[in-house]
Structures are given as structure tokens and as C-alpha cells.
Design a protein around this ligand. Structure first.
Ligand code: ZN
Length: 205
């Protein structure tokens, strides 16, 4: 069984959002087309309380881009984003949300951040995603989302460590900075497979 995992496809990660990913909007039509081709579609969402420690605004004299320690691990500070129940945390405008079977939420504990859809950055708390996928008999994961350096990368590394066959959809991911190609190569070295979305569509070939 295969599952499509949509990562952080939320308004704040798209152009105009608080932590925008350039051209992030270009992955939305890719996601809409692919959702038709998968029996199981899961969304992983950044879902922070307003007092989350990853927000620079919650620390005296700190700015986005600086680093602190949070939850026992190094933490990059961010602008306020994906606050629970806010517009920025909603699924991206234009995404056919009704095709998502299940949503998993990360970054809910104010004391530790979570880039991966599986575990927090300290690898302590579990979002429930791995258990759900095992219960459904899923062995192959196809990842699509933003930003490539954070949500996609760390979800992929955890997926590989958990033993899932893991595919990164090349035209379904966008980086926040200009290092996208290097990151794709790095993920491939770690054991992920890269695939263009067209090969996953029903009429491919
Ligand atoms: Zn976040």
C-alpha cells in the first residue's frame, strides 16, 4: 500500500505567508492531480500554540534567524506562523482539501519544535503518523510539500529510519533557500528515491 504525504501545505508557507517558500504555490496543482492517484492521502500540518518557543517574538531581544536552545536541541527562531486556528495554519488556498483522509498535527508543544511529520525535533513525542500508516498496511511513502529543507527533509529522514520506502516528488517540493538541488542529492544519498509527479499519474507512459 502506498500513501501520499502532504507536508506543511498551509497558507503561511506559501508566497505572501509569514514563512513563505518561493514558488510554493506551484506544488498545489501537483498535489491536486496526485491526490486522485492515491488511495490514501495524509496531511501533516504545522500547528503551533501562540506561545510556542520557536517564535522569535516569544523571546526577549530575539529575532527570526537567530538560534536558541529549546527542548534540549538547537532551535532556529521563526516569525510567528501557523498559529492554531488562524488563516495561516489553514490548508493552502486552492488545495482540494476534501481529498485528504487524515490530518496529523506537529509543533503543538510550546517547549519543542517539530519539523518532521513523525516526531518532534528532540525525538521524544510521536504525532501518531507512523502508527496510523502501519495500521493501514502502508509500506511506501510519496512526499510532497514545503519547505524542502525542513518539513520534507526531516519527514523523509524519519520515514527512512522507520523502514518506509520513501519517494520525494521532485516537482512537488520547493526549498525556502536556493539549495534545493543539493538537498535532493542529500536525500537520495540517505536512501530516498526521487520521482517526477507525471510518472505517478494514471495515464503515465
Ligand atoms: Zn513551525
Amino acid at each position: 500500500m502506498k500513501a501520499l504525504i502532504l507536508i506543511d501545505l498551509q497558507n503561511d508557507f506559501l508566497p505572501g505567508g509569514m514563512v513563505e517558500v518561493p514558488y510554493g504555490n506551484e506544488v498545489i496543482p501537483v498535489a491536486n492531480r496526485l491526490m486522485e492517484a492515491f488511495d490514501l492521502v495524509v496531511a501533516v500540518r504545522d500547528w503551533h500554540p501562540g506561545n510556542h518557543g520557536c517564535f522569535a517574538a516569544n523571546h526577549l531581544w530575539r529575532r527570526p534567524g537567530q538560534k536558541i536552545e529549546l527542548g534540549g536541541v538547537e532551535q532556529l527562531l521563526w516569525p510567528i506562523h501557523c498559529v492554531q486556528n488562524s488563516f495561516g495554519a489553514e490548508m493552502a488556498i486552492g488545495l482540494q482539501e476534501e481529498k485528504i483522509h487524515r490530518h496529523f498535527f506537529k509543533g503543538t508543544d510550546p517547549e519543542v519544535d517539530s519539523y518532521s511529520g513523525f516526531f518532534d525535533n528532540a525525538h521524544q513525542a510521536d504525532t501518531g503518523l507512523a502508527g496510523f500508516l502501519h495500521e493501514k498496511g502502508v509500506e511506501e511513502l510519496y512526499l510532497l510539500g514545503v519547505p524542502l529543507e525542513f518539513g520534507v527533509k526531516y519527514t523523509a529522514l524519519d520515514a527512512l529510519a522507520l523502514g518506509f520506502r520513501t519517494w520525494i516528488i521532485e516537482d512537488g517540493c520547493k526549498p525556502q533557500s536556493a539549495e534545493g538541488d543539493d538537498l535532493m542529492a542529500e536525500l537520495r544519498e540517505q536512501g530516498a528515491n526521487l520521482i517526477p509527479s507525471i510518472l505517478l499519474l494514471p495515464n503515465a507512459g
